[in-house]
Ligand binder design. Structure first.
Ligand code: HEM
Length: 103
């Protein structure tokens, strides 16, 4: 195998993604600060609030993933989940303007 083969190794990519789903390195992301008053899920978040996004709760939630505690790369074979901050089911690198620049 050479490095240029990696983009063709789809099951390897699913395995890496599934590792990141089950064990997100940054479980609570970095602290974020609300620049203005916002409302999320019915909750008021006043301007200036420092908050965390609980990524681990999302990736282990049974309404989002079947058997969330099981390591199953095959769940991603026909489920093209973006890990670059566009799919909130899996956010190992964060999202938005604070997205990890290494992604
Ligand atoms: C598996 C590897 C990595 C993971 C899972 C990861 C994950 C993250 C996450 C979750 C954030 C916070 C994003 C947010 O708050 O929305 C972040 C921020 C950041 N990461 Fe990474 N990271 C990884 C590797 C790296 C590497 C290799 C570098 C640099 C060489 C790097 C540099 C940074 C920097 C500078 C930020 C702060 C960005 C900002 O606050 O504007 N990361 N990373």
């Amino acid at each position: 195998m050479i490095e240029s083969d990696i983009s063709n190794l789809s099951y390897l990519q699913c395995t890496v993604k599934e590792s990141m789903r089950l064990h997100p390195p940054t479980t609570l992301m970095l602290p974020q600060r609300a620049n203005s008053h916002i409302k999320i899920g019915g909750y008021d978040i006043p301007e200036g609030t420092i908050f965390h996004v609980n990524v681990w709760a999302t990736v282990l939630h049974p309404s989002i993933w079947d058997d969330p505690l099981e390591f199953k790369p095959e769940r991603l074979v026909h489920n093209n989940v973006d890990i670059k901050g566009h799919d909130f089911r899996m956010l190992p690198y964060g999202a938005g303007r604070r997205l990890c620049p290494a992604v």
